[in-house]
Design a protein around this ligand. Structure first.
Ligand SMILES: Nc1ncnc2c1ncn2[C@@H]1O[C@H](COP(=O)(O)OP(=O)(O)OP(=O)(O)O)[C@@H](O)[C@H]1O
Ligand SMILES: [Mg+2]
Length: 358
């Protein structure tokens, strides 16, 4: 998947701009507050129907407008073209894929797989489990289309069970337990299978960026898997009833990154931690490219803020080799380093929300 043409309307300080990106690397530079992150945000919104930096879309919509629109002409892995578009106002959103309207975020996500690195991404290994669960599930979701329906069925069973727990009358809880166990086990299995495929790709990337060996990535399923999930639910029913929610299950899943059997986040340096997160994200994209030859876009906001010169050069080289479409921002042109070895790229300059190809 490649963006051939991108139209942005009313995203932050960008009023109306069109860009024709390169199929390989797109460098975007400009002063602070010029609108670089706004471009990255626009592409992200097109693939995920939400912002990566604001919880409410209202703050993303240009102050003078009531809605924003991002649309793109894309080339799919099979050679065909797709027209994608999304319109959001503060309350609702509407997507169009080749003139067909859809309300499903997942349709967009499949059409435009995106991975992003921005300064907050580096919290992935430090933050609570939700971020890691989302990271993991993005990979599983793109790896196997059967994951999403299983996850949706699991979530339905979970909310029904939780609603019943709140009534403190668990007579019919068995019905939901059965569903929970059935779909929960499927969800957990998909995650396990994904991590098995993910690990060698991840280790290979780590070897290029870090001098760390013996890395292990371990799935935390969300319940004690030494026991049957059904049994865990039965044994925890009193506790679940007391608090009015289900304590165990794949909705509490997480993963741990271990180096020499110790939790990486507890002892690696800040720089190493960033490179580990970077490697995790790159590995997801690489795996997707290997499996579906349908790589989406890799978005890198604030390139220079987080990586030293050597690692920036390595990363650029890696991305150029990976043959995916990349959008990278920095405040200075020189932050991108020596570009002589990069064959295909375009350079864009942003000023007061206006984008110019250089
Ligand atoms: N809803 C909005 N409407 C209009 N302008 C906005 C809105 N939200 C933010 N802005 C402004 O848009 C401009 C661009 O913001 P953006 O974060 O894209 O800048 P940037 O080029 O990434 O800057 P930096 O180098 O500091 O990261 C800023 O001046 C910001 O104040
Ligand atoms: Mg920015």
């Amino acid at each position: 998947m490649t963006l051939l043409k991108l139209d942005i309307y009313a995203v932050r300080n960008i009023l109306k701009e069109t860009i024709i990106p390169d199929a390989a690397i797109n460098f975007i530079y400009g002063e602070n507050a010029s609108g670089k992150s706004a471009i990255i945000e626009a592409i992200f919104i097109l693939g995920r129907a939400k912002s990566f930096r604001s919880t409410t879309i209202k703050s993303v919509i240009n102050f003078a407008e009531t809605h924003l629109i991002v649309s793109a002409q894309t080339q799919q892995a099979n050679g065909g073209t797709l027209h994608l578009g999304i319109q959001l106002d503060s309350k609702s959103f509407c997507c169009r894929i080749n003139q067909q309207t859809t309300q499903k975020r997942s349709d967009l996500a499949y059409a435009l797989p995106l991975q992003i690195i921005h300064p907050k991404s580096y919290e992935l290994l430090d933050a609570g489990p939700q971020l890691r669960r989302e990271f993991l599930d993005w990979g599983v979701f793109n790896d196997d289309e059967k994951f999403l329906p299983a996850w949706r069925n699991f979530k339905t069973a979970l909310s029904q069970r939780n609603a019943l727990l709140k009534t403190k009358r668990p007579e019919h809880i068995n019905v939901w337990d059965k569903e929970l166990v059935y779909y929960g086990t499927i969800v957990n299995t998909y995650r396990q299978l994904y991590l098995q495929k993910f690990k060698p790709v991840f280790v290979d990337i780590i070897n290029q960026f870090l001098d760390i060996n013996n890395v292990e990535i371990k799935l935390i399923s969300g319940w004690d898997t030494a026991m049957d999930f059904q049994q865990v639910l039965i044994e925890n029913l009193d506790k679940d009833l007391r608090y009015g929610f289900t304590h165990n299950g794949p909705h509490r899943a997480d993963f741990q990154l271990l180096v020499d059997n110790r939790l990486a986040k507890d002892f690696v340096s800040r720089g190493q931690l960033k490179l580990l997160v970077l490697s995790l994200k790159l590995a997801q994209v690489k795996l997707l490219a290997n499996e579906r030859s349908n790589m989406g876009c890799f978005l890198l906001d604030d390139f220079a803020a987080e990586l030293d010169v050597i690692n920036r050069a390595k990363l650029l080289y890696y991305l150029a080799e990976m043959k995916c479409q990349v959008f990278i921002t920095a405040t200075e042109l020189s932050d991108f380093g020596d570009l002589t070895h990069i064959k295909n790229y375009k350079m864009f300059h942003v000023e007061h929300g206006n984008i110019k190809q250089m």
